[in-house]
Design a protein around this ligand. Sequence first.
Ligand SMILES: Nc1ncnc2c1ncn2[C@@H]1O[C@H](COP(=O)(O)OP(=O)(O)O)[C@@H](O)[C@H]1O
Ligand SMILES: [Mg+2]
Length: 287
Amino acid sequence: MLSVEQVTKCYGDFTALEDISLEFTQGVYGLLAPNGAGKSTLMKMLATLLFPTKGRILWDGEDIAFMGETYRGILGYLPQDFGYYPNYTPRQFMRYAAALQKLTRAVADQRIDRLLELVGLSDAADKKLKKLSGGMLQRVGIAVAMLNEPKLLILDEPTAGLDPGERVRFRNLIHALANERIVILSTHIVSDIETIAGQIIMLRDRRLLCCDTPSQICSRFRGKIFQVPADVPLRPHQHVLSEGQGENGTVLRILSDMPPSAGVAVAPTLEDAFLAIYTAGESEHIR
Ligand SMILES: Nc1ncnc2c1ncn2[C@@H]1O[C@H](COP(=O)(O)OP(=O)(O)O)[C@@H](O)[C@H]1O
Ligand SMILES: [Mg+2]
């Protein structure tokens, strides 16, 4: 189990994260927050690339800052911008990564074949990386992060730049990887994680806003999300979350404590919750 205990991270005078406490057991955790919220900062601390200014992070009760190689054996990490050699093939790149991890060639080759198959890249194993699509490259990155068969897999914005088909494929892959390990992935796109993350972690104003199931987060907004015609005048404290096309023209989804003069209550989605929290500044419901 991974525990984050009252962690604060400052860059010089700037506090990026403050007093974050979290516990991770098995399953998929989605770190969902807008750009600049501190997702990468938190993930880098979980990967021991950065260290907390205050607080500590424990793996099964032991401070990860002092676990060295043991922790690196547990951890698989895909950085937000991972570097690669464009003229390498996925197989060569994975062999190189395996050598850095001191895996023997025999073990490495066996794992590489299996992982390339798992991420659906067996046919591209010997093509140059510079010829691969964004989605294929991300899958190479995930395969590399999986080389040591990590108990903790951290993926920073793994869906950035994927097309819709690649997103579906990615969701299926994460399901396959989530067995018996902790997977933590970050994104600022709700649809990328609402169906794969058992728990959603949101950060706001440097602090932890919530860590809960998607349905629990949605339920806090039940009875407060309405679909209304675009020409209905809004009162103060009614916030437009999004705009869409209804059967009779443009409709708005709004956040309101009281039923509006026209329109219907709708079941809140995670997207509604995300917009309510980050664009309408609504965080009381969720605390
Ligand atoms: N090395 C750094 N030095 C100073 N400020 C940084 C550094 N890295 C990130 N920040 C700042 O910390 C905040 C959080 O950044 P980051 O963790 O990258 O957010 P996210 O991944 O959610 O987009 C941002 O305001 C960012 O500008
Ligand atoms: Mg980031």
